[in-house]
Design a protein around this ligand. Sequence first.
Ligand SMILES: Cc1ncc(COP(=O)(O)O)c(C=O)c1O
Length: 442
Amino acid sequence: MSSTIAPATSKLALLGGTAVGKITYPKFPTFTDWAIERTAEMLRTGKTFGVGRKHVQEIGEAEEVISQYHAGRHVLATSSGHAALQSALAGLEICCGDEVITTPYTWGASISPILHQNAIPVFVDVERATGLIDPELIETAITPRTKAILAVHLFGQPAKLKRLREIADKNSLMLIEDGSQAHGAVSGGQKVGTVGDAAGFSCMGGKLLATTESGYMVTPDENVYWKGAMIGQHMGRATDGGMPEELQPYTDSLVYTFRVAPFNAVLLTEQFKKIDAELDSRRYHADLLRSHLAGGKYLKLPVYGEGDKPSYHLLSFTLDSEAAGVTRDTFAAALKAEGLTAVGYVPSPISDWARLQWQDYKGPRVSWLSSLEAAGIDYRNMALPNTRWRVDNALETGFDMVEPSEPMVERMAEIILKVESNIDELRDLERREGPSAPAVRG
Ligand SMILES: Cc1ncc(COP(=O)(O)O)c(C=O)c1O
C-alpha cells in the first residue's frame, strides 16, 4: 500500500482554522436478525438463567463454538470477563497470598480478579512501544510465593506468548492470559488464549466479540474447567454430570453467580460467525493507515513482530513529545479540534491507585487490603519508567472499522499529518498558554 495523503498546512482548527472533519465509524457492534430472533426465542421459552451446558443446549453450543475457535480447549462461558478471569485463577487454585506477576498498565479488571482471590499482584514494567508486559523483567520479580504470570493482550495487541511460556515453564509457574481486548489476535503464529494454562475473555458490548455482558474462560485442562466452574455456578442448578469424583464433596452453593445467561450464550454463538471477517477489516484499515502515515514524524504506531497479528480493538499511538516539542495533551487537543478524539487509556500505573495503598487507606473498606497488608507488599513509589512514560505519551483511539471505511482512514491520516505539519504553531501556543487539559480517559 502506498500513501496518497499530502499533509495539509492550512491553519489548525485549535487556532481558529477549519477542521478536517469528524472521524466516525460504522455501527458496532451489530447483531444479525437471526441472532435477535434466537435471543427473543429464549425469552419466549423462558430459558433465562445460567445453568449447565447439558441442561441448556444453547450454552453447550456456545462453548463448542468457542472451543473450536481456541484449538479445542475446554470452555466455561461466564457472565463477564472479570468472572472468566477469576474462574481461571480459581481453576488453577491461585489464591490466599500467592503472588501473580502482572502488568500495571491495563484496565483495572485484569487485576481485580487477583485481588478478589486474595492473591497478590506483583507489578513489572511494560515495553514502551506497546504497553505490553516486558517478559525480560519477570524473572527478577519471582519469589518463592510466585505462582503465576498474568499477561494482558492490551488494545488487541498480542503479548509475547512464546517467551512468556518459556519463562513460566522454566520457573514452574502458571501462565494466565487476559484476552478481553484481543479476541483472535495472534502472537508468533499462536492465537491468544491457546498458550496459557487458562485465559479469560470479556464479551461485554464494547469488545471485539460483543454480547451484552458476558465472557469466557478457556483451558487445556478439564480439571481447571471444573474447579473454575465450582466457584461460579450453583451446581444444584446444573445437571451436567462429569465432574471429577474428588471434587464432588466440595460442591455447594457458596458461590458467585458467574455462569453465562442463555440469552448471551446465543449471542456468543452468533457473534463468532462474524468475528474473523470483522478482524480482517480492522487489520486492512490499520495497514492502510500505517501506509498513509509513513512520512509522519511524531505520532507513531507500534511495529509488530513477524507472526504477530493484532486485533486492533483500539489503535494505540505514542507521541515523541521531545522531538515534537509539545506535550501529548496539547497534541491531543489539536487532533480533537480537527475531528479525531484520542486519549491516554491508562491514567496512571495501577500500583499507584488509592485502593492498593493499604498503609494510608481512608476510603470505603475493600476485602483485599488485609491480604496486601499480610503480605507486606508496598506499591508506593514504584519506578516503572516505561509505564509512566506511556501514561504521559500514549494516545488511544477507537478503531471499529469493521466495514469498508477507506475515506475515514484517509481523514484520520489527514488530521494527524495536518497537526504534525503545523507543529511550530502548536509549540508557540503551548509556550504562550501552557499545555492543554490532560487527554486521559475519565
Ligand atoms: C483488559 C480487560 N480485562 C478484563 C476486563 C473485564 O471484563 P468485563 O467488563 O466483561 O468484566 C476488561 C473489560 O472491560 C478488559 O478490558
